[in-house]
Design a protein around this ligand. Sequence first.
Ligand SMILES: NC(=O)c1ccc[n+]([C@@H]2O[C@H](COP(=O)([O-])OP(=O)(O)OC[C@H]3O[C@@H](n4cnc5c(N)ncnc54)[C@H](OP(=O)(O)O)[C@@H]3O)[C@@H](O)[C@H]2O)c1
Length: 334
Amino acid sequence: MTFPALFVHEHAPRVRIRHISGEDLPGGGDTLVRVAWSGINYKDALAVTGEGPIIRGALPFIPGIDLCGEILETTATEWRRGDCVVQTGWGLGETEWGGYSGQQRVHARHLIRLPAGLSSRHAMIAGTAGLTAMLAILAIEDAGITPDSGDILVTGASGGVGTFAIMALAQAGYRVVASSGSSANHAYLESLGAHRVMDRAELGHGAARPLDSGRWAGAVDAVGGKTLEAILSQTRRHGCVASCGLVGGEGFTSTVFPFILRGLRLQGIDSNTCPNRVRMKAWKRIAALTEIYDFDSLAEEVALEDTEAACRRVLAGGHTGRIIVSPVVNPHGN
Ligand SMILES: NC(=O)c1ccc[n+]([C@@H]2O[C@H](COP(=O)([O-])OP(=O)(O)OC[C@H]3O[C@@H](n4cnc5c(N)ncnc54)[C@H](OP(=O)(O)O)[C@@H]3O)[C@@H](O)[C@H]2O)c1
C-alpha cells in the first residue's frame, strides 16, 4: 500500500509530493502510525520554505513537527494497534522524518495517548502551538500568579501560540491583554477572551528604562527581541514571563534589576523536549478547552500539495489561528 508524503529536496523544485510505502520509511522507530492530521507551525514554515535551518536530517526529508493518528504496528509493550496518539517535537520534522506523510515510523517513547474527548483533528488544531501556550500557562501558574495578581500580556496574539494562550488564560479566569500588530484582528482576539488589545508597536522599541512601571503580572511572549526587553522592564514584582518565541528577534538585553529588585521569573518554554508527564497535563487542559471553544472555527485545512504555499503565507504574516495539514493529495486537484 502506498501513501503520499511531502519531501524537501536540496535542488529545485525544493518541495515534491511522492507516493511511498512503509518500507521507504526509516527503520529506527519501533512504531508505525497512520497519520490522520499534521499542522503548520512557524518552524514548519521555515523548514518547508528553507527560510530557516530547521531540518538537520539528510535531504530528501519529510518535515512536519506534529502528527496525530492511530498506531498500525508497534513492538512497544505499552501500546496496541489502533491506539490514538499524538507526537509533537522530540526532533520530529527536524532530525527525524515528520508528519507530512500518510504514515510515519516513530519512537513509542515520544508518543502521548490522546486524552479522552480530544479528536486527532482538534489535537492538531492545537498542535505544538497549543502545547507551547499551555506549557507557558502552567509555568505562570507554577510561579503563583493567580487571576487576582493582575493583567497577563500575550504577544504575537494572532498567531498559533497567542491564540491558544489567550483562550486558555481567559478560560482559567485571567484578564488578558493581547499585543498585536493587526488592527483587523482586534474583534477576533476579543472573541477569544482578550480583555483588551494593544498595538504591538508600544512594546517594539524595547525598555524605556530598566524598571518601568509594573503593568503585567505575567506574560506569554512569542515575540522576543525588543518586545521581551520591554516586557521585562514592565513586569510587576514576583511576576513571571514565559519566553516562547522569537518572531520579533532572538537577541535581547536587560539588566539584573527586574530579577534582583522585583524577583521576576523569566521562564523558558521548550515544547520540543518537555517531559511526557508535563505534556500529559498540558494535553488534558487542551482537551478541556474544546468544551468551551469551537476549535474548528480557528483552523484552515490544507492538503499536502498546498502546504508549501500555506507555509509561505505563515512567514508573510497576517494570518490568524492555525493551519492543519491532511496527509492526502487534494482530491479535487485545485
Ligand atoms: N518554545 C517553543 O517550544 C515554541 C513552540 C512553538 C512556537 N515557538 C515560537 O513561538 C513563536 C510564535 O509561533 P506561532 O506558531 O504562534 O507563530 P505564528 O502563528 O506565525 O504567529 C506569530 C504571530 O506573531 C506576530 N508577529 C509576526 N511577525 C512579528 C514581528 N516581526 N514582530 C512582532 N510580532 C510579530 C503576529 O501576530 P500579530 O499580528 O497579532 O502581531 C503573528 O501572527 C515563533 O517564534 C515560534 O518559533 C516556540
